[in-house]
Design a protein around this ligand. Structure first.
Ligand code: SF4
Ligand code: SF4
Length: 555
């Protein structure tokens, strides 16, 4: 069954049938017509692949290769570290030339550790083709292992490791929500993915539904995705999947935000600073569903993704199947290069994306759009003016926050007050800045405040750990000292409680020594060499003894 925006007011006859509204939002021009109309093209294998060890939320992966190593397509080159982390695989065959810091997609031009592979153009796999896996025979936690090993993260933007998000058995989930609501202008990679690979999307959705044992599964698309809807319906009919529903939601930015989409489809609110799983829902991007299909059914790790290359600043606006690690410069060249009037390069869309200083950065797992804009298309914003307290930002905020107050608190570094006003519920959608008549770059203030708070928390945690270690050291020293004192006291007590047995032993030893001494003396007084004497000798000895006896007698 297909829902439309007109069903907002229809009474519900089954779960998730009625659509709900969220606060605020904006109707924005799509700018997707050109890229969405062209088929996905391959960006090919670039001469160099640059693979950051951190392409996800959580701990960076641990590098397993070194310069000089030969690697094959699909080979594990960096392993997951801890529960919230993701593995990295070689997207093509070649030789590792370096493991070093390189610029990565970030507004500041940040550098981070990367594995550099010089490709050999052969695209050789390490193992022979693997056989298809029957996921329905696997338990949820076994499925999660396959997804984890494939290094899959949320391809919709944030990059949360998918196996962690699924939780696989940790929560009772009643709805698996596949998010194909590509509400940000210019981006059309999910739209093209569904049009061309609807079967993979449906199968990936079924795997995800099985992994969390959800009773219901909805694939949500936007109202203007008619061709994608048709492809999904055809694939659903072919698969005979009766428990997956396709729902169209109105074109309103940011309907594709996780919290907003859950609100639209279920009327439920994700708790402040909580997760959808807290209310029995898991939300996964449609690209992630296709990646899960590849990981589980085809047993292939995440090696590529679809990237929209768009804007008046490139010659050919199109979607490209792009190997992870492909330099953005290579991708732009695949799109025919820059147009003459290119002004700026953005990663992501115009609302949530950011300007980068150079195209010398790699495509990562979460990079969905390269937007090269001309001056007319996106002129530089005029200088910011003072806030006039018009309240327009509050009217459009989809998170139902007070952006004006958040701005004041962020600007004055009053972080406690900013947190009291739910700064961390801000999804950085940019609606407030878009309507602000004073052109205040509000989102920049929120991002800066959030990173300052995170930094402070990290430092506090580090000093807490250091203090705990020092206290543990002092406690250990005190314990050793106390144990030593107790041993000494015990010895003393043993001596003072003596019952006389040691004196008896000493007396026995002294008596034995005395007996030995007397024996020795006796032995020394006995006459020696008195055997076999002649008569004269015996008479002589007797005379001597008699004289000695006379001499010894007292006078
Ligand atoms: S829209 Fe801009 S000027 Fe108006 S209240 Fe918000 S921050 Fe102030
Ligand atoms: S950026 Fe944050 S504060 Fe501004 S409208 Fe979006 S959610 Fe609200």
């Amino acid at each position: 069954m297909v829902e439309t925006a007109s069903s907002f007011s229809r009474p519900a006859t089954s779960p998730f049938e009625r659509l709900h509204k969220f606060h605020g939002g904006l109707k924005l021009p799509g700018h997707r017509e050109v890229s969405a109309a062209r088929p996905i093209s391959s960006a090919g294998v670039p001469p160099i692949l640059v693979l950051p060890l951190q392409q996800h939320i959580g701990a960076p992966a641990e590098c397993l290769v070194q310069p000089g190593d030969t690697v094959y397509k699909g080979q594990l080159i960096a392993r997951q570290v801890g529960a919230i982390s993701a593995a990295v695989h070689a997207p093509s065959s070649g030789t590792v030339t370096a493991v070093e810091a390189r610029p990565v997609p970030h507004p500041s031009g940040l550098q981070a550790p990367c594995i550099i592979i010089k490709t050999d153009g052969l695209d050789r796999y390490q193992d022979s083709e693997s056989t298809a896996l029957d996921y329905s025979r696997l338990a949820p936690d076994e499925l999660c292992v396959h997804i984890r090993r494939a290094g899959i993260v949320g391809l919709g933007g944030a990059g949360f490791p998918t196996h962690t998000k699924l939780g696989c058995g940790k929560h009772k989930i009643d709805l698996m929500l596949i998010n194909a609501v590509e509400c940000e202008p210019y981006i059309s990679c999910d739209n093209r993915l569904i049009q061309e690979r609807a079967t993979e999307v449906i199968e990936g959705a079924r795997v995800l539904q099985h992994a969390v044992q959800a009773d219901n599964c909805i694939i949500a698309i936007e109202d203007d995705m008619a061709a994608a809807e048709e492809a999904l319906r055809a694939a659903l009919a072919a698969s005979k999947a009766t428990d997956i529903k396709v729902t169209r939601v109105p074109e309103l930015y940011p309907s594709g935000g996780e919290r907003q989409l859950i609100r639209i489809l279920t009327g439920r609110e994700v708790p402040s600073q909580g997760f959808p799983a807290d209310i029995g829902i898991i939300c996964q991007n449609v690209g992630t569903a296709a990646a899960v299909y590849n990981a589980v059914i085809k047993q292939q790790p995440l090696l590529s993704r679809i990237v929209t290359v768009t804007g008046d600043g490139v010659v050919q606006q199109q979607n490209f199947e792009t190997l992870i690690g492909t330099p953005v410069s290579h991708l732009v060249a695949a799109a025919g290069g820059y147009a003459q009037d290119v002004e700026r390069l953005l990663i992501g869309g115009p609302m949530m994306g950011y300007t980068v200083p150079s195209d010398n950065i790699p495509v990562t797992k979460t990079l969905n759009c390269v937007l090269a804009v001309s001056r007319e298309e996106m002129p530089a914003p005029p200088p910011a003016q003072a806030c006039i307290r018009c309240g327009k930002c509050t009217e459009v905020c989809p998170a139902d926050l007070l952006p004006q107050l958040l701005y004041w608190y962020a600007r004055s570094s009053n972080h406690d007050a900013a947190q009291d006003y739910d700064l961390f519920d801000c999804i950085e959608c940019g609606c407030c800045a878009y309507v602000c008549p004073s052109h205040i770059p509000l989102v920049q203030y929120y991002r800066h405040a959030k990173s300052e708070i995170w930094l402070k928390e990290t430092q506090t945690k580090a000093s807490d750990i250091a203090r705990q270690r020092h206290e543990a050291h002092l406690n250990r020293l005190a314990r050793i000292k106390q144990e030593r004192a107790e041993r000494m006291a015990k010895k003393k007590r043993a001596l003072s409680n003596d019952d006389g047995s040691s004196d008896k032993k000493k007396a026995a030893i002294d008596a034995a020594l005395e007996r030995v001494k007397q024996k020795k003396q006796q032995a020394n007084t006995l006459p020696k060499n008195v055997e076999n004497l002649t008569t004269e000798q015996q008479q002589l000895i007797a005379a001597v003894d008699k004289r000695r006896q006379q001499n010894d007698e007292p006078e």
